[in-house]
Design a protein around this ligand. Structure first.
Ligand SMILES: [Zn+2]
Length: 327
């Protein structure tokens, strides 16, 4: 166990380990990264390490570490949103106990999930603690949207961003989890190097089929009959997994875009995808680049609109017309 159990994030882990070794930890940390990037795992390990007295903490075996892992450590607090937000009552409820000295460890640690969902009064209440924290208190805030936090809260935190894994790190992770797959390159592409998403994908037996469906959708819209896109938009608009499907279409388009950018080392285009790049009327490299850039932007915009109250069928029709290069 310990920090070695997290793949990647070398600089981040080194910085935390250095401050632990020197006994110079701060009072507020912010770990940001997309869902599945490993923020919570890292926060739990760091909270263990803050109260573990063994060499190279966290050892994962001492009583303190085991209590943290099982959620029974009296000095470890966790705040999760109640409904759609983190409320001032939640901060008030723990404020007093955070000020008391630790019961067993050296630190009281409070892990706050989805810190971007703090209401304004809750954020101001948190700020009051962060402005004059008791010496034993450490807050670890987690968020996928650091820009949504109050600047005054952000400025009080040591901010660390979790990075996507490298392909070899992803391979090592999958092997450790017993999830080896022949389609590592495809899995890496779909997960974008996000460990949580990759593991979630391999747990689904039909993850490869979902990719094939997304690719076929793109090809059907681009190369199939023009009349077919309207019933297709209608059919897809009723799908509950529409957003997931469009996310994979976006991955495919982004990969095709990367491939069309000459000399781009990041392109991880699949062999089977190459033939799809030579669509009719779009053989010109620059045209293709501009085309896929436009489609990627359109997909991102549609994903944002789908989170609101949009007419899905009409929005899909517009997207499909853009995919065909009509508008
Ligand atoms: Zn320990």
């Amino acid at each position: 166990m310990g920090f070695d159990s997290i793949y990647g994030q070398h600089l981040l882990k080194k910085a935390l380990q250095r401050s632990l070794a020197k006994g110079e930890t701060g009072h507020a940390y912010l770990f940001s990264g997309s869902p599945g990037s490993g923020k919570r795992t890292l926060a739990l390990l760091f909270s263990q390490a803050l109260n573990c007295r063994e060499n190279a903490p966290p050892c994962g075996e001492c009583l303190s570490c085991r209590k943290s892992v099982s959620g029974n450590h009296p000095d470890l607090f966790r705040l999760v949103p109640q409904g759609a937000s983190l409320k001032i009552e939640q901060i008030r409820d723990i404020k007093e106990s955070l000020h008391y000295l630790p019961v067993e460890g050296q630190h009281k640690v409070c892990i706050m999930e989805d810190a971007d969902l703090l209401t304004l009064p809750a954020a101001n209440s948190l700020l009051k603690i962060l402005e004059e924290p008791p010496s034993h208190l450490v807050f670890i805030l987690l968020t996928a949207r650091p820009w949504a936090l109050l600047p005054t809260v952000l400025s009080r935190c040591s901010h660390f961003t979790l990075k996507p894994l490298q392909p070899q790190e992803m391979t090592a992770l999958l092997e450790r989890e017993g999830k080896h797959t022949e389609k590592q390159d495809l899995l890496f592409l779909l997960s974008g190097g996000n460990p949580g998403q990759a593991l979630a994908l391999v747990r689904e037996e039909d993850w490869r089929e979902k990719f094939v469906e997304a690719r076929n959708l793109l090809n059907t819209v681009q190369l199939g009959s023009a009349d077919g896109i309207f019933p297709l938009a209608e059919e897809l608009s009723t799908r509950s997994d529409l957003s997931d499907l469009l996310e994979i279409v976006l991955v495919v388009c982004r990969d095709r875009l990367m491939h069309t950018l000459q000399g781009c080392a990041e392109a991880v285009i699949l062999e089977e995808e190459r033939e799809n790049l030579h669509t009719k009327d779009l053989n010109d490299q620059n045209k293709l680049t501009l085309f896929y850039e436009k489609i990627c932007n359109a997909l991102l915009q549609l994903q944002a609109e789908l989170r609101g109250n949009v007419n899905k069928r009409l929005a899909l029709e517009v997207l499909f017309l853009q995919m065909r290069g009509v508008i």
